[in-house]
Design a protein around this ligand. Structure first.
Ligand code: 13P
Length: 248
């Protein structure tokens, strides 16, 4: 059985002090959660928020990292830097990073590989545009992203990856994929993993849905067989809402 995982992607929201307030409000609300709970604040919040959630059941994640060990990469953050802050998860290849910061399947693959080598759990994102869905190429496109993103990894490594299926047209739009749509595409992702890495890896890998998932629709999305969790944007900024998703 795969353990559900609900992660909050705060994106570029919350100053460090606001982040501490949000995390502090969240802690008692999710203390008895049955699933893995992760919050991913901006880099500059990680120290303060990490300190605030110490001893709680909330795990810390980052929203990005660079694949190089260290060096002349102005403005970037390495896996070792995150590790020292007790960061356990890192979102890789979010569609906003692909769209606005020129991330490609190749950089995603390098980052996922380094994250695993360094003992971080990557939350690798994939998902199609509305045009791609309407053109009927969702399955091929998303499978291709997953294949390239996981290229060169062993089956054992893939078991530890979390994949977030986030249809771009559902992100921040209030337009959620239906539970059937989300379940079907996540099923295709799992089949792709079975083909590339074997049935065991496919059965173990956790695949989240993301895109306007919230307190109202979490229960029905999480009732689907293939959906193992959620990557939550807007609703993760409201403690009560995020707690309701966590308790789907
Ligand atoms: P929303 O929940 O705001 O649609 O964002 C989803 C997302 O992009 C999470 O990474």
């Amino acid at each position: 059985m795969r353990k559900a995982i609900i992660a909050g992607n705060w994106k570029m929201n919350m100053t460090p002090s606001q982040g501490v307030d949000l995390a502090t409000a969240l802690m008692p609300l999710v203390a008895d959660a049955a699933c893995d709970v992760v919050i991913c604040p901006p880099f500059v919040d990680l120290v303060a928020v990490g300190e605030a959630i110490k001893g709680s059941n909330i795990h810390l994640g980052a929203q990005n990292m660079h694949f190089a060990e260290k060096g002349a990469y102005t403005g970037e953050i390495s896996a070792d830097m995150l590790k020292e802050l007790r960061v356990e998860y890192v979102i890789i290849g979010h569609s906003e990073r692909r769209q606005y910061f020129a991330e490609t399947d190749e950089t995603v693959n390098k980052k996922v590989t380094v994250a695993l080598d360094k003992g971080l759990i990557p939350i690798m994102c994939c998902g199609e545009t509305l045009e791609q869905r309407e053109a009927g190429i969702t399955n091929d496109f998303v499978s291709g992203q997953v294949e390239k993103g996981l290229s060169g990894l062993s089956a054992e490594q893939v078991e530890n990856v979390v994949i977030a299926y986030e249809p771009i047209w559902a992100i921040g739009t209030g337009k959620t994929a239906t539970k059937e749509e989300a379940n079907a595409t996540i099923g295709v992702i799992r089949k792709t993993i079975a083909k590339l890495f074997g049935e065991k890896a496919a059965a173990q890998v956790r695949i989240q849905y993301g895109g306007s998932m919230n307190a109202k629709n979490a229960t029905e999305l999480m009732s689907m067989e293939e959906i193992d969790g959620g990557l939550i944007g807007g609703a993760a900024l409201k403690p009560e809402d995020f707690a309701k998703v966590v308790k789907f």
